[in-house]
Design a protein around this ligand. Structure first.
Ligand code: CP
Length: 326
């Protein structure tokens, strides 16, 4: 959480948070789960307004922030990039300043540009929460991933993740989710190993505090969680086929999807080699049949939908901390 010069709190990334702050937010998420189970009696953000400014597609993050804000009693306004005056040449910062001028209490922003959330946070006075900016960070995703890991391994009391080994597999270079998860999990003591071909898991990632490997199979029987990542074809240099594109998706980073799957997909066969207690995670959106087999995503080790459920409690904790600090 950043205490800025304009004296309000924003959440731009987990890299800038210390372990104590992360633990505090996760403990608050546990309290939010209890509140949700009981039914809220006195919504703490009644009368407040949260603005979702989404300049890039989203299913989970935008909906989850909306549900979280409403559970806390706040109202939500949604501005979708495709329907905004950004398409007439207005900048993201001017857009945010205009929305702030309407009297909102917090802005959640998603943008294609790395650094967009920090730029908006520096220009506005209200709290700004990063809902994913380019390849930089997706801090609430990192928090919910860390929470889900702790929950799966009985570490909700204190969020001490020492002794846990987590594989993050796939397109790490493009992934803001990976950067936030590495920060969140490793600051609480987990050992994170990023696995992928050299073009997707470059050696330089070690500067984030994780290990790097190019061999998935050697880690399967000694890890406590495997988080699979989507191949972000749209952030590669190759021709983007994509759903409805009428052909195999192309990437300027991997030779072919078939070759990628052979080395790095979590297939049913590979899932059978995971150690007892190892859970399967995915931040979504999933490309079934590319980075993960459908039977694994839906299988007994999967906590993928639990990540989504935990996302609401985590975002309730973050909205509360940003709008009603202390
Ligand atoms: N995990 C995640 O950010 O999903 P969305 O892109 O659907 O928000």
């Amino acid at each position: 959480m950043t205490k800025t010069a304009v004296s309000r709190r924003s959440l731009v990334g987990l890299a800038e948070l210390d372990a104590g702050t992360i633990r505090g937010l996760l403990a608050s998420a546990t309290a939010m789960h209890r509140t949700l189970a009981k039914g809220t009696t006195k919504p703490p953000l009644a009368g407040r307004i949260v603005a979702n400014l989404f300049f890039e597609d989203s299913t989970r993050t935008r909906t989850s922030f909306s549900v979280a804000a409403k559970r806390l009693g706040a109202e939500v306004v949604d501005l979708m990039g495709f329907a905004s005056s950004v398409n007439k040449g207005e900048t993201l910062v001017d857009t945010a300043l205009n929305v702030e001028a309407m009297g909102v209490d917090a802005i959640v922003v998603r943008a294609k540009q790395s650094g967009a959330a920090a730029m908006i946070a520096a220009a506005t006075k209200c709290p700004v929460i990063n809902g994913g900016d380019g390849k930089h960070e997706h801090p609430t995703q990192g928090l919910l991933d860390t929470y889900t890991l702790a929950e799966a391994h009985g570490r909700l009391d204190g969020f001490d993740l020492r002794g846990l080994r987590v594989l993050i597999v796939g397109d790490i270079a493009s992934s803001r989710v990976a950067r936030s998860a590495i920060s969140g999990m490793s600051k609480l003591g987990a050992q994170v190993v990023c696995v992928g071909p050299p073009g997707l898991a470059p050696a330089g990632l070690t500067s984030l505090g994780c290990k790097v490997s190019h061999d998935l199979d050697e880690h399967l029987d000694r890890s406590d969680a495997v988080m699979m990542l989507r191949m972000q074809f749209e952030r590669h240099d190759g021709e983007a086929g994509g759903p409805g594109g009428g052909g195999e998706r192309k990437s300027g980073v991997i030779a072919s999807v078939r070759e990628y799957r052979a080395g790095y997909a979590l297939t049913e066969e590979r899932a059978g080699l995971l150690k007892a207690g190892c859970v399967v995670m995915h931040p979504g959106p999933m490309n079934r049949g590319i980075e993960i087999d459908g039977a694994v995503a839906d299988g007994p080790r999967s906590v993928i939908l639990r990540q989504v459920t935990n996302g609401v409690a985590v975002r309730m904790a973050v909205l509360s901390a940003c709008i009603n600090p202390g």
